[in-house]
Each structure stands twice: as structure tokens, then as C-alpha cells.
Design a protein. Structure first.
Length: 375
């Protein structure tokens, strides 16, 4: 089972950008030292709370400072970009990292970005997402001439081609034929998960989804595999979670429910955003509950796994048994202001060194039992 770090990132709106960049970089460098397998970084253009507009640029700065960790875009919002530019930049990053790259894509989830780029129609965003990735993968898998005519974009190099000079040729990625592709999902029974499974991509279940939604994603994952005649095993399904590990149960609970803590800020922010978007269902443990009946503490408790290393190990094993056999666990990375950074570094250390070895052993036993029962 893979272990990753997932950074939206999300910070208080008034924190200086250069400070949060340093904090996010420090966490990824530390994750690499601890043996984390992956680091995912999000993309947003129009929110000082979610400030990274160019995740590949940020991650490229960390390549010389890390050794093994694989970087993922979490995610590039393809409707907001010309696919030709994305294809060239992603291929370049794949070469710069010598294959330490996963290409996470999505339709964009920030309303101000939708307005900024003129992509307020959800159906159109989905159409653009799928057209864009089809264009990108075609560019990566062929030589010129290029003549790709889509509904939203056209790619054409048919005249200015000089093979002996390499003119007219777009770059191909280091990983052939393609780097791993991932898609994020947060809605109940998300069709995104089915699409990802059908196409051989990695679905990522968001960390602000309650348990029943994560379980619904596995159901769609299974349907996607069945649609193409493959047996689902969950190995390429990634699940993000909010995790707090401390030396005692009380210390963990105090950190989780601290009104001045980053998790409290995180969930209060997201709940406000979802209410404004009239899309609170993605965060409700009970979809029939009224918005006014839920507090920030309710949301934290329903979507955070916390406790001592032993308790968190038990909780994660039980969670995986209930929702489905995911193959990767991504720890969310909230803001690290004040005492929060040391709390998060402690959680990362316990997760990598104390929890994951036991969780991996548990997962291996479950897979053996499943294989035996199938025969």
C-alpha cells in the first residue's frame, strides 16, 4: 500500500504566500525522508487561501531536494488550460523528474476559477476535461503531422514540419507511453471514479468526504472495471484522509478539536464554501441532515481519523474494511501555523514509521484471504 501527502494546499487568507510555500516544501521534503511514496499538490488561480497556481513549477523546485518521492498534480484543472501547453509542460516535468510524476487531472472545483476562465457550466467543464485529456494523450503518442479537431480546441501542425531539425514535434513524456493519470472525486457515487477505472486511471477520493461517500466510490470503481472486463483489486485507488496522531488519545483529541487549530479552520472554511455553492451533500455523514444541524466539530469528527499510533492503525484497518480495499492512503496537509506544524510533522512520523508497516501487513493478509476465497 502506498503512502502519500495531499496538499490542496489550504492556508489562512492573510498568511504571506512565500511563508506557505516554504511550509509546504518543508513537509514534502520531510515526507521524502520518512519514506512517503507520493506527494500531491493542488492548483487554484483565484484564492489566497488556496494559492498555488502552478503546481509543476513548485514541485520542480523540490526535485533536487528529494530522492524518491513521486510528485502528483492534485489536480490540473484542464478546462482552464490550453491542452497543448499542458501536454508540453507535463512532458517536460516528467523528464525533469525522470519519471517521478503522476498526472492528476480534474474539471476544476473553485467557483472563482470557473468565473475567471468562463467555465461556469458544469456540463461544459466535464466535456472540456475529457476532450483535453484525449488531446494531450494523442499528442504524447504520435509524431506530426498533428490535426486534432475538437469541440473546444484544435491542434494543427501540418505545414511547419522539418524532421531533420525536430521542428514541428511536440515533446513526449519520459514515462512511455504515458505517465500515470489520476482523477479526483468527491461526490456521492461519482461517475468520475467509473470513468477513471474504465480508462485505467487512478481515482482519488477526497479527504473531505464522509465514509459512505468513499464507500460509494469503490462501488463505482467496481462498475468501471466490470465495464471493460477487468477484475477490480483496488490497487490504483487512492483515498485521502485527515489524520492526527499523538502520544495519547487525549492529546490527539485536543489537537483535533482545538478551535484555533488548522483542522477547525479547514472544515469551517470548506463548509462555508460548500454552503455558498449549495453543495453540502459532499460533506454530510447523513445526506438527509439539515445544514443548520451540523457544527464544525461534527464535520471534524466524521472525517478525521485520530488517536495514538495503535488506535489510528486499528481505525484505518477498520475503515479500509468498510469502504473497500484502497491501494493508497493520502494524508491531508492542512495549514501549519503556530504549533500546528510540529503536530503535523509528528503525525507524519508516526504514520510512516509506526502505522503504515502494520497497515500494510493487514492489507496483505486481507488480499491473501480474498485470493484464497476466490479459488
Amino acid at each position: 500500500m502506498k503512502l502519500g501527502l495531499f496538499q490542496m494546499p489550504l492556508h489562512p487568507a492573510n498568511r504571506p504566500f512565500h511563508e506557505t510555500l516554504k511550509e509546504n516544501a518543508r513537509k514534502i521534503i520531510y515526507a521524502d525522508k520518512l519514506g512517503f511514496d507520493q506527494a500531491w499538490v493542488g492548483e487554484h488561480f483565484s484564492a489566497t487561501t488556496e494559492p498555488i497556481a502552478a503546481p509543476m513549477m513548485f514541485m520542480a523546485s523540490l526535485l533536487p531536494q528529494t530522492k524518491n518521492i513521486v510528485f502528483g498534480t492534485g489536480v490540473v484543472a484542464l478546462p482552464n488550460h490550453n491542452p497543448v501547453i499542458v501536454a508540453a509542460e507535463a512532458a517536460q516535468f516528467d523528464h525533469m523528474s525522470e519519471g517521478r510524476f503522476m498526472f492528476g487531472i480534474g474539471p476544476s472545483g473553485l467557483s472563482s476559477d470557473h468565473e475567471l476562465f468562463g467555465n461556469t457550466d458544469g456540463k461544459v467543464r466535464t466535456e472540456k476535461l475529457l476532450e483535453s485529456i484525449d488531446i494531450i494523450t494523442r499528442i504524447w503518442q504520435q509524431d506530426p503531422p498533428y490535426d486534432i479537431q475538437g469541440k473546444y480546441w484544435q491542434v494543427k501542425i501540418t505545414e511547419s514540419i522539418v524532421p531533420s531539425l525536430g521542428i514541428g514535434y511536440m515533446p513526449k513524456p519520459y514515462q512511455r507511453p504515458l505517465p500515470p493519470i489520476a482523477m479526483s472525486a468527491m461526490s456521492p457515487y461519482s461517475s468520475t471514479v467509473k470513468t477513471a477505472a474504465e480508462r485505467g486511471w487512478m481515482p482519488i477520493s477526497a479527504n473531505f468526504c464522509p465514509e459512505y461517500i468513499v464507500a460509494s466510490h469503490f462501488k463505482k470503481y467496481v462498475k468501471g472495471f466490470e465495464a471493460v472486463g477487468r477484475a477490480p483489486d483496488g490497487k490504483d485507488w487512492l483515498v485521502a484522509r485527515n489524520i492526527v496522531i499523538a502520544d495519547s488519545e487525549q492529546e490527539a483529541l485536543d489537537a483535533v478539536l482545538d478551535p484555533k487549530g488548522s483542522l477547525y479552520y479547514y472544515f469551517d472554511y470548506l463548509w462555508t464554501v460548500m454552503k455558498r455553492a449549495n453543495y453540502t451533500v459532499v460533506m454530510k455523514e447523513d445526506p438527509n441532515s439539515q445544514d443548520d444541524s451540523l457544527t464544525t466539530e461534527d464535520l471534524i469528527r466524521s472525517m478525521t481519523i485520530y488517536g495514538s499510533p495503535a488506535t489510528v492503525t486499528e481505525k484505518l484497518a477498520a475503515f479500509r474494511e468498510r469502504v473497500g480495499p484502497f491501494g493508497g492512503l493520502l494524508m491531508s496537509s492542512p495549514d501549519g501555523s503556530g504549533p500546528e506544524l510540529e503536530r503535523q510533522l509528528k503525525t507524519m512520523r508516526h504514520l510512516a514509521l509506526d502505522v503504515m508497516p502494520k497497515l500494510r501487513s493487514y492489507a496483505a493478509r486481507q488480499e491473501t484471504l480474498m485470493a484464497t476465497s476466490d479459488t
